[in-house]
Write a protein that binds this ligand. Structure first.
Ligand code: HEC
Length: 209
């Protein structure tokens, strides 16, 4: 019904009727409702969004800490031969009966103040370890345990090649470094375990005596 018709019929026209009759006002109202509801929805989503794991791995991992392991995979392994205190940086271990490779190890790691260490060897390779064999099967080989700082160095083997890592004891999470020359970079492990005058047979050092 047009306004003219209504005026002629003498009835008072309510604002609602005018509004509802206007297809363009209805159209804009629907746009406005969509605009507001989608904006509010978007803000709500933004408010509940977690930081992207791509943007900052450290923040994202702080949100969801790795669960502490109930039992370390090396818990039931037998002790290896490598064990001792990590002497202070100014100590000459050669004078104490140590060898060159031990002195080099102390020189690299004394600054970390790792405390004393023990080692454990996977029972599956214990025979090879005791016989100073140079070929280890695929799988976990040994760990060097620094209880005081809650860290282990691990050596695994794959296709005859060594894989080095640095793990937290609590979560078995890798904290190996990719920084060149860093003491916890697997390349640093390799420099010693793979090339130090061939002292470490099969990339294992503790059984060298
Ligand atoms: C400068 C030399 C040197 C570097 C670098 C080094 N190691 Fe060793 N590693 C040794 C020596 C020497 C022993 C044996 C210690 C002993 O006899 O008391 C050893 C022992 C170990 C053991 C115990 C099993 C074994 O081979 O007897 C593991 C596991 C190990 N290292 C892993 C690592 C990892 C992982 C890194 C790098 C984060 C690393 N090592 C860096 C020299 C080194």
């Amino acid at each position: 019904m047009s306004d003219n018709d209504k005026e002629k019929s003498g009835k008072k026209v309510s604002y609602w009727e005018v509004f509802m009759d206007d297809i363009f006002l209805l159209f804009f109202l629907s746009i406005a409702i969509l605009y507001i509801s989608y904006t509010v929805w978007g803000l709500m989503e933004l408010g509940t969004a977690k930081p992207s794991p791509l943007l900052s791995p450290s923040v994202a991992s702080a949100e969801a800490p790795a669960a502490a392991v109930a039992k370390n995979y090396w818990a039931d392994w037998a002790k290896g031969k490598a064990q001792g205190p990590m002497p202070d940086c100014n100590v000459n271990v050669l004078a104490l009966g140590g060898d060159d490779i031990l002195q080099a190890t102390v020189d690299i790691y004394c600054g970390v103040k790792p405390g004393s260490y023990t080692s454990k060897i996977n029972p599956a390779v214990m025979d090879i370890y005791n016989a100073k064999g140079d070929t280890y099967p695929d799988g976990k080989t040994g760990v060097l345990i620094f209880e005081d700082i809650g860290v282990v160095f691990s050596t695994d083997h794959k296709g005859g090649q060594p894989i080095y890592d640095v793990l937290t004891i609590k979560e078995e999470k890798s904290i190996a470094s990719s920084e060149a020359g860093h003491p916890l970079n697997p390349k640093t492990c390799e420099k010693c375990h793979a090339t130090f005058d061939g002292v470490c047979v099969g990339y294992v050092c503790g059984n060298r005596f």
